[in-house]
Design a protein around this ligand. Structure first.
Ligand SMILES: [Zn+2]
Length: 279
């Protein structure tokens, strides 16, 4: 695997848009678009054209991970191409919002969770850039960048958002939603939120030595909530509707975080490969 070196650094900050988040700019939070970049990678093309925009004077690359028209379901997202493309553009810090379900009664639809842990229950994806001959084992005890997390938490506090400063996400294969028994099992195991895209995206970002933060916007209560028969199980339509209703606060959080973010700051994530190989 050859790590791409950018011919020209177009952006040092990257944002992956999730379900319902197909454009960086919105009426409430407009941004200046500089260009749209069509890319190809050794893993095929990324999910879509990449938008290079300016947010608070900083260049940001934006890519909707499912494509603008949501053509890639979670198990078919070209994760390696997307991460490779960001790396080739010069991206060092990745903010990754994602629509998620809540598995706990204290996490409500509309809340934001700054993820700190991940449990991978996916089944059929490609999880690494390193298939040999150089064997590489990255550390993943803390899957999310501590510095980006800290900045997001500070910003969410300042904006007075309904948010949780930590949470464990269980990533499921999809594209179907959970059964009641599966969901109960995840809740009993202590997981907080459920999603279909955080793996392998977070893993591949670490392999490319990029800082990565997962920001879960809660759209539903997965299969419902015990003692509340009025809460129906999630549908795709419901997830998109709640996401759209809450997307402006998510954009605000992302843009205000970018305002404070130093894309040149060095972090342990940017040296993830240092101790990952046999010497
Ligand atoms: Zn980092």
């Amino acid at each position: 695997m050859i790590v791409p070196t950018p011919k020209e650094v177009k952006a040092k900050i990257g944002v992956f848009g999730g379900t319902g988040f197909y454009q960086l700019s919105s009426k409430a939070s407009p941004v200046k678009v500089i260009e749209e970049v069509e890319m190809d990678t050794p893993y095929g093309p990324p999910s879509d054209r990449i938008t290079i925009a300016e947010v608070h004077g900083k260049r940001v690359a934006f890519l909707p991970r499912h494509g603008r028209d949501h053509r890639y379901p979670p198990h078919k997202v070209p994760y390696r191409a997307n991460i490779w493309a960001f790396k080739a553009l010069g991206v060092r810090k990745v903010l990754a919002p994602c629509a998620s379900g809540s598995l706990q009664p204290f996490i409500h639809p509309g809340h934001i969770v700054i993820l700190d842990q991940l449990v991978d229950f996916t089944k059929s994806r490609t999880y690494t850039f390193y298939d040999g001959p150089i064997t590489t084992h990255i550390s993943f005890a803390d899957p999310y960048c501590p510095k980006l997390r800290k900045l997001l938490i500070e910003t969410a506090e300042e904006l007075n958002l309904d948010f949780h400063p930590k949470g464990t996400v269980v990533v499921i294969e999809g594209p179907r939603f959970s059964t009641k028994a599966e969901s109960k099992f995840y809740t009993m195991a202590g997981f907080d939120v459920i999603n279909m895209t955080q793996s392998p995206e977070a893993v591949l970002a670490r392999e490319m030595e990029m800082c990565y933060a997962g920001i879960a916007l809660i759209t539903d209560w997965d299969v419902g909530l015990e003692g509340h028969p009025e809460i129906t199980p999630v549908t795709h339509e419901l997830a998109v509707k709640i996401f759209k209703e809450n997307q402006d606060k998510l954009r605000k959080l992302i843009f205000e975080t970018i305002k404070k973010l130093d894309p040149d700051e060095d972090c342990e994530c940017n040296n993830a490969l240092r101790d990952a190989r046999l010497k």
